[in-house]
Design a protein around this ligand. Structure first.
Ligand code: DLZ
Length: 158
C-alpha cells in the first residue's frame, strides 16, 4: 500500500477509452483546503489531458471528508454522470475522529458506487502529517488527484 513505491501519476496510456463524451463529477472536501485544491487540480487536468471536455466536468464542494459520501450520492444520482471522483484529506490527529471519518467515507463511497453501479473513486489522503499530504498532492510522490482521475477513466473502459 505504500504510496511512495507506486505512483500512478506516471500511468500508462494504454487501454484508455475515448472519454470525449463522458461526464464526470468531482466532489471536493474543503477541509485541508491547500491539499484538496491541489488534488482537485490534478484530477481536473488529468481528465482534460485524457480527452474530457470542461463542460463535462462538474465540481461539487462539501465541508469535510465525512460529507463526501452524500456529495457523491447527489452526483451519482444524476443520470448522465458516468463517474464520480471524491477528493479529501483526513490528517491523523490526537483523537479517534480520524478513524471514524476514514471508515465512514470509505464505506459511504463504496455504497454509493454499488448502489448506482458507477465508478465512485476514493481520492482521499489519510496521512499522519500535512507534509505527507503535500508530498502526495503535487509533491515528491506525485499527485493522488491525477491517480484518482485516471482510475475513473480506466474504470469506464473496463
Ligand atoms: C472535524 C474534522 C476533523 C477533526 N478533521 C478533518 C480532516 O482532517 N479532514 C476532513 O476532511 N475533515 C475533517 N473534519 C470534518 C469532518 O469531515 C466533517 O465535516 C465534520 O465532522 C462535520 O460532519
Amino acid at each position: 500500500m505504500a504510496s511512495n513505491q507506486k505512483n500512478l501519476s506516471d500511468y500508462s496510456q494504454k487501454n484508455i477509452k475515448d472519454i470525449s463524451q463522458s461526464k464526470f463529477a468531482i466532489v471536493v472536501s474543503e477541509w485541508n483546503e491547500e491539499v484538496t485544491e491541489a488534488l482537485y487540480q490534478g484530477a481536473y487536468e488529468t481528465l482534460l489531458g485524457n480527452g474530457a471536455t470542461k463542460e463535462n466536468i462538474i465540481r461539487k464542494n462539501v465541508p469535510g471528508s465525512f460529507e463526501l459520501s452524500i456529495g457523491a450520492q447527489w452526483m451519482a444520482e444524476i443520470e448522465d454522470i458516468d463517474a464520480v471522483i471524491c477528493i479529501g484529506c483526513v490528517i491523523q490527529g490526537e483523537t479517534k475522529h480520524f478513524d471514524f471519518i476514514c471508515d465512514a467515507v470509505a464505506h459511504g463511497i463504496t455504497n454509493v458506487s454499488l448502489k448506482y453501479n458507477k465508478p465512485v473513486i476514493f481520492g482521499v489522503l489519510t496521512p499522519n502529517t500535512q507534509k505527507q499530504a503535500l508530498d502526495r498532492a503535487g509533491g515528491k510522490y506525485g499527485n493522488k488527484g491525477d491517480e484518482a482521475a485516471i482510475t475513473a477513466v480506466k474504470m469506464l473502459g473496463f
